[in-house]
Structure formats: C-alpha cells, structure tokens
Design a protein around this ligand. Structure first.
Ligand SMILES: Nc1ncnc2c1ncn2[C@@H]1O[C@H](COP(=O)(O)OP(=O)(O)OP(=O)(O)O)[C@@H](O)[C@H]1O
Length: 491
C-alpha cells in the first residue's frame, strides 16, 4: 500500500507577518513522487518543509506516516567525524559495501569515507549528505537547495543519482537540474499553490497559459471595478444633490434611499475586489534593476603561463588571459580546481606563490561578492556601516528592485531570512555606488530564476566589466564575453 502526505485546510503564518504564507492548503502527495518544489525567493519553500517536519505551529491537518529526513543536516564540526562515521550516525548497522556502492553512483572514490568530513570540499560533503538520506529504506528525503556547492558536472551526477531514486521532495531554483529527474511539481505562486504532473517545463507552459488568461481576466476585472466605482460615485452625487435641493419629506426620503444605494454599491465593489484579489495579484511582476557602471581605464588582467602553487605544485594547468574594459570573464572548472583561489589572488586577499608572469590593475571602485552566503546577517551592523543616509536609501531602493519590500526591512533582525533574501542583501550591497569592476563569485546561488533574468537584463543593459565564477550555465551563457576552463595540473 502506498503512503501519502495529506494536507487539509492547512494555514500557517509567522508571528511577525501580516498575511499567512499558506492559507487553507489542500494537498495529496504520493510517497513515490519525485516532487520539485519551486517558487520565488521567500515564498515559503523551506517553511513548507519545516511544516512537514512538524517544526512549526500550523492550523489544519497534515497527515503522514512517512519518516521525513531533511537535507542539509551537517554534523557538528566539533565532533571531527570521518565521512563514514557521518554516514553511519543514523544507520550504525549499515554495511560498508552498501555505502561504497552509493559512492560509486556519486562518482566519489571509496577512500573519501576515511577522510575527516570537515576537510572535504563543499561538493563532496553535499554528495555524502545526500547519500545518507537514502541509506535507510523507509525515509522520505526533504532536500533543500542541494546545488549550491555543486559545479555543472556535480549537478549532472546528483541529478542522475536522484533520477534512480524515488519518493522525495527537492527545492531548487536550477530548472535544468530539476528537469533531470522530477515527475511532479509543486509551485508556490504569489496567491496560490499549483500541483502538476510533469517537470518544470510542463509547469512553466501551464503557468504561462494561465497567466495569459489571467491577464485577460484581469483587464476585464479592472474594467468592472472601474464601472462599479463610477456607478457608486454617480449615485452618491445624485443623492447629495437631492439632499441639498429638497426640503419636503418625500424628497429627503428619496435622497436617503439614493445614499444608501450608493453605499451598497461601494460595499459590493469592495467585496468584489476582495473576492478577486487572488486573481488580480497572482501574476508575477518584476521591476527593472539599475546598475551604476563606469568602465575602467586600463587593461585589468594580464596572465602568461600563469598558475598558482600549493606546496610548490601548480593548482591548475598554466593559463594565458587578457581582460580589457567592458569584458565579462568567467572562470570555469571542476569543484576544487582553484577558481575561488584565483579570484582571491586577483583581489589580493591571499598572498600565494605563483609561476609565469602576471600584471593585475584593479580599479579604485570595485564591487565584490564572495561565495559564502553568510548565515545570520548582522543587520544592525550592516545598517550602521552606511556612511550616509543616501547610501542607506540607495541600499533599500536596490533591495526593493530585487523584490524585498521596505516593510520587510522595517525590523530586519526580528526575522529569519530565507537563503534567497540573504543573498539579495549581499547583492544589493554589491550593487551600491558606481563600480568599475565587478568580481562576483557565484552570484546566482540561491536566487530565483526571475531575479537571475533581471540580473542578466541589467548586465546586458549596463555592460559592466566582470570577473566571475558561476555554475549556472544559463546565466554564464547569457552574459559571458570570455571564458577559461581551469584544469587540474595532475590528472
Ligand atoms: N522564523 C521566522 N520568523 C519570521 N519570518 C520568517 C521566519 N522564517 C522565515 N521567515 C520569512 O518567511 C518567508 C518564507 O521563508 P522561506 O525560507 O520558507 O522561503 P523560501 O521559499 O525557502 O525562500 P528561498 O528561495 O529564498 O530560499 C520569508 O519572507 C522569510 O523572511
């Protein structure tokens, strides 16, 4: 007998919020589905998973006998466990050969198991934690944004891995990744939830058609609202006129009747708007993002037969690179090949031994964005850091363009920000002021596809000079003018 997740009339609201994130949700999810959970930043994807894990106080019912397991669940770094110990923490009796088999599917070497988990790369840790989810047969994995530490190849391997499993929910903004394995989509829209059979493309086509219909419906609704408002105003004016011009009792009665009618029409208009609000608001809107860009005056980067040495050994095969103003240069290569190290070297933040020749001319006004999405942003410190009121205003304005409303920011420290919202704070910070060079490491991580599109349009419009690393193929191919693939020195 297959088991299900059954939601009935489920409503949930965080205390600090005015509106509920979920209202009267009715869902029936089958345990065998490979379900992609999608939706814009801050819509409530992680919240949905927390509801399934029974960590939040919702109204209504959520029934399931499934044993939910959440990703990522990193081990406490103080315990200094080996990868094998991490994988056996919930399944102490599992045989090692079974774990090794999973490692092969993930293209990890068996000796990874005997290394300390803490020293492994982000991509390796992700793969191991995903393997852990599927070790116990009865568990139902809830996988929250697994791609952040994975390069393109890693995303393909994990995609294939998940394709061979069944029964899980995955949250991701990477559509290519999801399309490798999902067979159902649950989309959190502005005002509704869509549950469909198919992959992200199926859902997008259906959503596009629904949006087109809704746009038509919307203009009809707006016309109807205008007509009702006009009628109500007209009847009120007549009533007022009559009230002022008549002295006899029957005239006054008629005037009072007309005023009553005007009020009734007004009430009807308001009820109508309230009833249709969901329809009117469900279409996604997006504003234009502005960038303040100046071109550097000189060549930025000159590398000849260049590589960085670690313990006297080149990290990657020597490279030759020239970067000129208005070029957008992307550094590619597998996890761990040295992309971030190269960026840190260019920025001068790490003193490293090198081979070959190099010349780096960094302009004065530099925008940087680092790979780590820092947890628990200290908002009060951030706000204090603004040297003037104008900067703070510009920052809030940029956040607004990225879809974070001012009232969301009124008491920022009282909230737990979603990963995408946190990323937007860093992005807004990186967009402040006029910049000549943008050095961005993994800007697209955690951002939803609409924000990525907004960023692509801004970059195409304002033509900034960039040096960047990113694993989102769509983003890179849309804006890169030059790319280099770093390859490991020892194959
Ligand atoms: N404990 C909390 N208290 C108040 N607000 C919260 C809390 N946790 C999350 N939120 C808010 O609830 C909303 C939904 O958050 P959630 O993390 O579920 O979004 P998400 O869809 O997973 O976003 P992302 O795509 O950015 O990861 C966000 O606006 C977030 O700021």
């Amino acid at each position: 007998m297959t088991r299900n997740i059954l939601m009935k009339n489920m409503t949930f609201k965080y205390l600090s919020m005015l509106k509920p994130i979920f209202k009267n949700v009715e869902l029936n999810i089958n345990e065998n589905w490979k379900l992609g959970l999608v939706g814009r930043n801050g819509r409530g994807k992680t919240t949905f998973l927390k509801i399934l894990l029974n960590e939040l106080d919702y109204k209504g019912t959520v029934q399931s006998t499934l044993d939910f397991k959440y990703f990522p669940s990193y081990p406490d770094s103080q315990h200094d466990l080996t990868a094998l110990e991490v994988l056996q923490r919930n399944e102490p009796n599992i045989e090692v050969w079974k774990i090794e088999r999973e490692l092969t599917y993930m293209e990890l070497s068996p000796d990874t198991l005997y290394k300390k988990f803490n020293v492994l790369s982000g991509g390796e840790q992700t793969k191991l934690l995903l393997i852990e989810l599927f070790l116990s047969e009865n568990s139902f994995p809830l996988i929250d944004e697994p791609t952040n530490n994975l390069d393109l190849l890693g995303r393909q391997i994990v995609g294939q891995y998940l394709n061979n499993k069944k029964g899980f929910i995955v949250v991701s903004h990477d559509e290519y990744f999801l399309n490798q394995f999902v067979n159902h989509i649950l989309a959190i829209n502005k005002e509704s939830l869509d549950l469909i059979k198919g992959n992200v493309d199926t859902w997008k086509t259906e959503k596009l058609n629904a949006d087109l219909l809704m746009q038509e419906e919307n203009s009809k609704l707006k016309g109807e609202i205008k007509r009702l408002n006009d009628v109500s105003r007209q009847v009120k004016t007549w009533g007022l006129k009559r009230e002022n011009s008549t002295k006899d009792a029957s005239g006054r009665r008629l005037a009072a009747k007309q005023m009553k009618r005007a009020k009734a029409i007004k009430k009807r208009t308001e009820d109508f708007i309230e009833e249709k609000r969901g329809l009117i608001n469900n279409i996604e809107d997006i504003t234009e993002l502005k960038m303040n860009v100046e071109q550097p005056r000189k060549q930025i980067l000159f590398l000849r037969n260049f590589s960085i040495l670690r313990d006297g050994i080149p990290l990657f095969e020597p490279i030759n690179v020239d970067i000129y103003p208005s070029e957008r240069f992307f550094i590619e290569g597998k996890n761990g090949v040295g992309k971030s190290t190269l960026i840190n070297f260019i920025l001068g933040s790490e003193q490293l031994e090198t081979i070959g020749d190099y010349e780096i001319t960094l302009p004065k006004n530099l925008s940087t964005l680092s790979q780590k999405n820092q947890e628990n942003i200290d908002f009060s410190a951030l706000m204090k850091n603004f040297s003037c009121k104008e900067d703070k205003e510009e920052f809030l304005h940029l956040l607004h363009q990225l879809g974070i409303k001012r009232n969301h920011f009124s008491d920022p420290s009282s909230k737990v920000w979603s990963s995408g919202e946190q990323k937007k704070v860093f992005l807004a910070n990186a967009l402040l002021g006029k910049n000549e060079l943008f050095i961005w490491d993994e800007v697209t991580n955690s951002l939803d596809i609409m924000i990525i599109n907004q960023l692509i349009n801004a970059i195409k419009n304002y033509n900034p000079t960039m040096i960047s690393v990113d694993h989102n193929d769509y983003f890179v191919n849309s804006i890169a003018t030059k790319k280099i693939e770093l390859t490991t020195f020892f194959k």
